[in-house]
Design a protein around this ligand. Structure first.
Ligand SMILES: Cc1ncc(C[n+]2csc(CCOP(=O)(O)OP(=O)(O)O)c2C)c(N)n1
Ligand SMILES: [Mg+2]
Length: 140
């Protein structure tokens, strides 16, 4: 059974050091797909909801290649720019994983459309808790 992982580029960036460890010979190979929209999309969406369409600190460096980092770690790293390329890359990666013992990271370039927050309830205005008014806290 092939093992295929999926992550956003922001989430993957937080744990990107894992690439330095997963290629060990004594460990089984895996396939990883990173959805590359060059942003912390969920955080950006929260910011635009909270702060009248403003956002800050949510753009990722477009000079960084996760496929390149994977190759530097001795793994296979490829970019997929279309659905067809992604299908081909995934098929190749799974065959390489199952038959050739190789780990592949696929960097799937996707659009920057922002979805609805999955925790919209977490984005309610701050409320007074235990007698502390959040407006007063901000003044300090
Ligand atoms: C360990 C950890 N740190 C921070 C967060 C807060 N957080 C939620 S979504 C998100 C950004 C995710 O960006 P990405 O993985 O690129 O997904 P996208 O929304 O762009 O598809 C962050 C930092 C978290 N969930 N977990
Ligand atoms: Mg992202």
């Amino acid at each position: 059974m092939p093992v295929v992982g999926f992550a956003g580029d922001g989430a993957f960036g937080i744990a990107v050091t894992e690439l330095t460890a997963i290629g060990r010979e004594e460990w089984p190979p895996v396939t990883m797909v990173v959805f590359r929209n060059y942003q912390w999309g969920a955080e950006k969406r929260n910011s635009t909801l909270w702060y009248e369409d403003n956002f800050v600190g949510t753009e990722l460096d477009d000079g960084v290649s996760y496929a390149g980092i994977a190759r530097a770690c001795g793994l296979q790293g490829v970019q997929a720019k279309t659905m067809e390329e992604l299908t081909t890359a995934l098929n190749t990666a799974v065959v390489d994983q199952m038959q050739n013992g190789k780990t592949t990271l696929i960097e799937a370039l996707i659009n920057q459309e922002l979805g609805e927050p999955f925790r919209r309830d977490a984005m309610k205005k701050p409320v007074v808790v235990a007698g502390i008014d959040p407006a007063d806290m901000r003044k300090q």
